[in-house]
Design a protein around this ligand. Structure first.
Ligand SMILES: Nc1ncnc2c1ncn2[C@@H]1O[C@H](COP(=O)(O)OP(=O)(O)OP(=O)(O)O)[C@@H](O)[C@H]1O
Length: 551
C-alpha cells in the first residue's frame, strides 16, 4: 500500500509528491552528511571502508568516503556528486561542503513546513550566498601583501592537520610547496599556472613516512631493458613510443597462403627485419633514450646496446604522456606517414633532457629524467608501512598540493577553524533584519546553518560545542560592531585547549577559493534538491518474467 504523499501509478510505479518527498530528501542528505561528520577537522576520526571483494580503504577524505558508499537515493547521490565536484575544482573541503549542503537542506525543509514557499527559500538562499561571498572577499580575505612562503606552508599544514600525515605535516608541507614551485609554467601573458598533475607520486613500501623524498625531474618506476645499456646518458634525446618493438606479426584475420616451403623462412626473416628497420630509423633520427609502452624483443635490444642507447620497455602510458609534455617529445603510436609510403621517424618527434639516469632511490631502481627542456618536472616518492597507509598518504598529499596550487594561483587566504563561518553567521543575521521581505527568514536560516562547521569541529574535538560557538559568535559580533575590536575577525577555535584564539596568528589558514566554492556548491546542491516536489519511480521490470516471455 502507498503511504501518505504517495500514489500508485497506472503504469506500475510510485509517485511521491509535496512535503513527503521534501522530507525524504532532506533525511537522505542528513544521513549521508552524518556519515562524514565525525571525520571533520584536525581531531576528526578516520573511516574504514571494505568493498564487496574485501578491499580495505582507510580514509579521512570526504570525497573518497562518499564515493565508496555507493549511495542509491537520488538526493543522496547529489551530495556525493557535490563532494566530487569540490574535489575536482578545489581538492579540499569535501567534507565541509557535504555537511553544509545537508544542513541548508534541513533548514529549508523546516521553513517549508512552516508554510514558506520553496521559491522564497531558494531566493533567500541565493541572496545569502551572494552576500556571504562578497563579505568574504571584502572583509575576511588576507591580501596578497601578507602572503609569503610561510603562509603557503601554513595553508598546506592546515589541510594536512586532519590527515594521517598530520604528525609530519611540517615536512610534507615544505615538500608540497617545493614540488608545486618546480612545475610552475608561465604563459605568454606572464600568468603562472601550476599543473599539479605533472607531479609524479610514486609509492614504495617500507621505512617511515619521514623518509619520503622529492626528486627534481621525472621519476619513472622502470629500469633499463638490458644491463648492457649505459646507466647514464647526458644530453638525452628522448623518443616516446606507444607501440611494441617486437617481431611484427600479421594482424588478426589476415592469412597468407604459402605454397613454397622455402618462402616460409623468408617471411619469418622479413617479420624481424621490419622491426629492425624501425629501430634503425629511430636511432638515425638521433634518439639515445627510447621509452616505450610495449615490449622490446631481446634481439632488438642488441641494436640499442650497440648504439649505446638506453631503452625502457613497458612504461605506463600516462607516464610517457607526462614525460613527452615535459621534454617536448611527441608520443608516437606508429611510424606510418600520411603519404602512406615508407615509414618515417622525424627528429622533431624527439624530446630533450639534460640527463637520463638509472639510480637506486630508497630500495628501488628508478629511471630519472633530469632537466627536461620544455617544462620542469617533479616526483615525490612516498614511503609507508603498507598499501592502505600509502594510499591515504597519497590522497592527503594530493589535497595539500591542490591547496598550495590554489593559494599560489589566486594568492588569497582566509582564516580557518570556524572563523569564516562564525563571521558570516553574525553578518548575515544582521543583514537579514534589514530585509523587509519573506526572504529574511531564509537568509537567517542560511546564517544559522553555517554554524554547523564550528559546532562539528568542537564536538569532534570532544569540547562543549554550544558554549564554544556562543563565545566565538560574541567575538565576531564585537569585531563587526566595534571598530577598535576589528582584529577579532580572525578569532577561531582552538580545538586542543577548547578555547578561542587568533587563528591568523596560530597559522590556521585556508585558500579563500576553497571557502567560496564550498558555499556556492553547497547552496546550489541544496537548491537543486529543494526544487524537487515530485518523485516518480517506475517499478523494475521483473527479469524472470521477461525471460519466460522470451522462451
Ligand atoms: N588546527 C586547527 N584548528 C582548528 N580548526 C582547524 C585546524 N585545522 C583544520 N581546521 C578546520 O578543519 C576543517 C577542515 O577539516 P577537514 O580537512 O577534515 O575537512 P575538509 O577539508 O572539509 O574535507 P577533506 O579534507 O576531507 O576534503 C576546516 O574548517 C579547517 O578550518
Amino acid at each position: 500500500m502507498a503511504s501518505a504523499g504517495e500514489t500508485l501509478l497506472a503504469l506500475g510505479g510510485k509517485r511521491t509528491t509535496g512535503q513527503s518527498i521534501r522530507t525524504q530528501n532532506a533525511m537522505a542528505a542528513m544521513a549521508i552528511a552524518n556519515v562524514v561528520k565525525s571525520s571533520l577537522g584536525p581531531l576528526g576520526l578516520d573511516k574504514m571502508m571494505v568493498d564487496d571483494v574485501g578491499d580495505v580503504t582507510v580514509t579521512n577524505d570526504g570525497a573518497t568516503i562518499l564515493k565508496l558508499l555507493e549511495v542509491e537515493h537520488p538526493a543522496g547521490k547529489v551530495l556525493v556528486d557535490l563532494a566530487q565536484l569540490q574535489d575536482e575544482e578545489v581538492g579540499d573541503g569535501t567534507t565541509s561542503v557535504a555537511i553544509i549542503a545537508a544542513e541548508l537542506l534541513k533548514a529549508a525543509n523546516e521553513l517549508v513546513q512552516q508554510k514558506l514557499h520553496p521559491t522564497t527559500v531558494i531566493n533567500g538562499y541565493r541572496f545569502a550566498c551572494k552576500e556571504a561571498v562578497r563579505f568574504i572577499q571584502e572583509n575576511l580575505a588576507l591580501s596578497t601583501d601578507d602572503l609569503d612562503r610561510t603562509s603557503i606552508i601554513k595553508a598546506a599544514k592546515t589541510t594536512m592537520s586532519s590527515k594521517l600525515i598530520s604528525t609530519d605535516s611540517d615536512f610534507f608541507a615544505e615538500m608540497c610547496v617545493e614540488a608545486t614551485n618546480l612545475i610552475k609554467v608561465t604563459d605568454a601573458s606572464g600568468k603562472a599556472t601550476f599543473p599539479i598533475k605533472a607531479i609524479n607520486v610514486l609509492k614504495a613500501h617500507g621505512k617511515s613516512s619521514r623518509e619520503s623524498m622529492l626528486i627534481r625531474g621525472y621519476a619513472l618506476n622502470c629500469t633499463r631493458a638490458s644491463e648492457a645499456m649505459p646507466r647514464k646518458i647526458a644530453g638525452a634525446k628522448i623518443a616516446c613510443l606507444d607501440f611494441s618493438l617486437q617481431k611484427s606479426k600479421m594482424h588478426l584475420g589476415i592469412s597468407v597462403v604459402v605454397e613454397d616451403p622455402s618462402k616460409l623462412e623468408a617471411i619469418r626473416r622479413e617479420e624481424m627485419e621490419i622491426t629492425k628497420r624501425r629501430i634503425e630509423k629511430i636511432l638515425k633520427a638521433g634518439a639515445n633514450v627510447i621509452l616505450t609502452t610495449g615490449g622490446i624483443d631481446d634481439l632488438c635490444l642488441k641494436q640499442f646496446v650497440e648504439a649505446g642507447a638506453l631503452a625502457v620497455r613497458r612504461a605506463k602510458k600516462v607516464d610517457l604522456k607526462r614525460i613527452a609534455k615535459a621534454t617536448g617529445a611527441t608520443l608516437t603510436s606508429s611510424l606510418a606517414t600520411l603519404e602512406g609510403d615508407d615509414e618515417q621517424f622525424d627528429p622533431s618527434l624527439l624530446g630533450q633532457a639534460d640527463e637520463v639516469v638509472q639510480e637506486r632511490i630508497s630500495d628501488e631502481e628508478l629511471v630519472l629524467i633530469k632537466g627536461p627542456k620544455a617544462r620542469t618536472a617533479a616526483s615525490i616518492i612516498l614511503r609507508g608501512a603498507n598499501d592502505v597507509m600509502l594510499d591515504e598518504m597519497e590522497r592527503s598529499l594530493h589535497d595539500a598540493l591542490c591547496v598550495v596550487r590554489r593559494v599560489l594561483e589566486s594568492k588569497k587566504l582566509v582564516v580557518g577553524g570556524g572563523a569564516v563561518e562564525a563571521a558570516l553567521n553574525v553578518y548575515l543575521d544582521n543583514f537579514a533584519t534589514t530585509l523587509p521581505s519573506r526572504e529574511q527568514l531564509a537568509v537567517a536560516e542560511f546564517a544559522n546553518a553555517l554554524l554547523v562547521i564550528p559546532k562539528t569541529l568542537a564536538s569532534n574535538a570532544a569540547k562543549d560545542s554550544t558554549q564554544l560557538v556562543a563565545k566565538l559568535r560574541a567575538f565576531h559580533y564585537k569585531s563587526q560592531t566595534e571598530k577598535e575590536n576589528s582584529h577579532l575577525k580572525w578569532a577561531g577555535l582552538d580545538l586542543e585547549n577548547g578555547n578561542i584564539r587568533d587563528n591568523k596568528e596560530a597559522g590556521i589558514l585556508e585558500p579563500m577559493i576553497s571557502k567560496v566554492k564550498c558555499l556556492k556548491f553547497a547552496t546550489e546542491a541544496a537548491i537543486t534538491i529543494l526544487r524537487i516536489d515530485d518523485l516518480i519511480k517506475l517499478d523494475k521490470v521483473e527479469k524472470q518474467q521477461h525471460d519466460d516471455e522470451c522462451m
